[in-house]
Design a protein around this ligand. Sequence first.
Ligand SMILES: [Cu+2]
Length: 185
Amino acid sequence: MNLKTATSWRHAGAATSAALVLALASACGSDTPSETATQASAVSVKDPWVKAADQGMTAAFATLRNAGGNEARVVSAAVESVTQTAELHEMAADDSGQMVMRQKPDGIVLPAGRSHELRPGGDHIMLIGLTKPVRAGDEVRVTLTFADRSELSFTAPARSFSGAQEDYQPDGGHGSDPDPSSHHE
Ligand SMILES: [Cu+2]
């Protein structure tokens, strides 16, 4: 906001332009996030859930809404108690055209004023190497870290879901288990 711009509207008269400056100044105060507003504070979480799984990998989902005036970007995720490793993933076509999931190296971008759904078949929070089963009804605490290092935590209830069996082939290829019912221990 440049006050000189507003006050240079000379035809409006001194009193009017002064009122205008005040109006514009207060509009700025309420519409623009202050310097101290964090990305996390602008984002709300709706309908979070985690796919129940006995072992291996699973994923967390939610709808993230960025009510702020600036883009917010989730750069990492952490999950308490069921795994040490959570990654931000997307679904994308590989060289042969098959949909596979992979890490999103730049994080999940939440445009200003928009909602972004994390869902099976789309962006998701991947939980890798479960240290204990995630059963339907369990609650998993998820913390998202944003590009400005602000954090947002939420609780995601686990539920049974038969979809989202996407292949995951990181470089080492510890990917999908051909027989999920088999026991490896
Ligand atoms: Cu994934």
